[in-house]
Design a protein around this ligand. Structure first.
Ligand code: PLP
Length: 379
């Protein structure tokens, strides 16, 4: 009998080892992992350079608290601000905690309470981030939600115009909705939404928790469009599997998060930061990011070609190595079928197969995964 709350529909796979794009299970089976721990292990499992940095930090100190000057926090904050064009970082431990910080910062800095988010968005499982999430199924059974969130439709400017008012602290969105189905906001819409928000003295919060850290071929997905957010939240891939998340914000917000206004005991843990510094040094490199785009194009073109005549194939979605395969039927059963072929993949929404391979995936691994998927969807 399991002693865990059954919050996850777990697969019948018990990992005993994972390296690069491969995961080995207790029964000896080796899987090609195109989930990357849900966009976390962006350099594959246990990359050597990250492991070395973590081992070094383990031999120095593990935790002292945020009462101390932690040099690694400054180093990683510099990497994040350089890559984002923003100024200041707050470190927490997870995506939900990052979005909580973003919501608190927006409300306190504007003195307003309403946050506008999007239908089908996903922002986390805490009370504020669950309320921010534009999916009813996430909220069922938990009673009244935190008030003053309003949901508008992606790519529908009129719905945003109708929702913006003088109590709107911020609009908050994913450039490509991950959990919701790999739904992309158009550049024109997102630019216009940002302009409307700023004209209304509302902040723009971009949730880059799934799309960030190189996943789409840029350090952050909004950089494809040239948006000018006030706050960006990050987590997942930032530390290659060690728990770390946070926000990056404009310098003008500094006074709002003054000493004592926000905090997190474990936030900015030195071991996680050691992992993050190496991870970001590798990923936030122009030639590495250009390669992510190339690899994404290769995967897409193999799928386009192979699936052209597949009756259930609708279209490809996403950017870089965040790839959605939209089907005319539910995607769930295909995830189990792929697992039988020793390929690990995910769903997004109900009808989309989601591929999140490591960003340093090889051409051979791409070909292998594409072959399994094409055979499965054309059978
Ligand atoms: C876009 C987005 N925001 C927030 C979260 C929540 O992150 P966490 O599970 O680390 O709290 C997720 C997780 O899937 C996400 O994809």
């Amino acid at each position: 009998m399991s002693h865990l709350f059954p919050t996850y529909a777990r697969w019948d796979v018990t990992p005993v080892k994972a390296k690069g794009a491969y995961l080995t299970a207790k029964d000896g089976k080796e899987y090609l992992d195109f989930t990357s721990g849900i966009s976390v292990c962006n350099l594959g499992h246990a990359p050597d350079n990250v492991q070395k940095a973590v081992e070094k930090q383990l031999n120095q100190f593990w935790h002292t608290s945020n009462l101390f000057q932690i040099e690694l926090q400054e180093d990683v904050a510099k990497q994040l601000t350089d890559a984002s064009g923003l100024d200041l970082v707050f470190f927490g431990n997870s995506g939900a905690e990052a979005n909580e910080a973003a919501i608190k910062l927006a409300r306190k800095s504007t003195g307003r309470t309403k946050i506008i988010t999007f239908v089908d968005s996903f922002h986390g499982r805490t009370f504020a981030t669950m309320a921010a999430t534009g999916q009813e199924k996430i909220k069922t059974g938990f009673g009244p939600m935190l008030e003053s969130f309003e949901y508008v439709t992606m790519n529908d400017l009129d719905s945003l115009k109708a929702a913006l008012d003088d109590n709107t602290a911020a609009i908050m969105f994913e450039v490509i909705q991950g959990e919701g189905g790999i739904n992309e906001g158009s550049a024109d819409f997102l630019k216009a939404a940002e302009q409307l928000a700023h004209e209304n003295s509302s902040l723009v919060i971009i949730d880059e928790i799934q799309t960030g850290i190189g996943r789409t071929g840029k350090a952050f997905a909004y950089l494809h469009i040239g948006l000018d957010p006030d706050i960006v939240s990050f987590a997942k891939g930032v530390a290659s599997g060690f728990p770390l998340g946070g926000i990056i914000g404009k310098a003008s917000l500094a006074d709002v998060f003054s000493a004592g206004s926000h905090g997190s005991t474990f936030g900015g843990n030195p071991v996680a930061l050691a992992a993050a510094k190496e991870t970001l040094a590798t990923i936030f490199d122009e030639s590495f990011l250009a390669d992510v785009t190339k690899k994404g194009e290769k995967l897409r073109s193999l799928l386009e070609k192979g699936l052209a005549d597949a009756a259930i194939f609708n279209k490809l979605k996403g950017k870089g190595l965040m790839v959605g395969i939209e089907l005319d039927e539910e995607a769930g059963p295909f995830i189990a079928k792929a697992r039988e072929q020793q390929l690990l993949i995910l769903t997004a929404g109900t009808h989309v197969i989601r591929l999140l391979p490591p960003l340093n995936v090889t051409d051979e691994e791409i070909e292998k995964a594409a072959t399994v998927i094409v055979e499965m969807l054309t059978a």
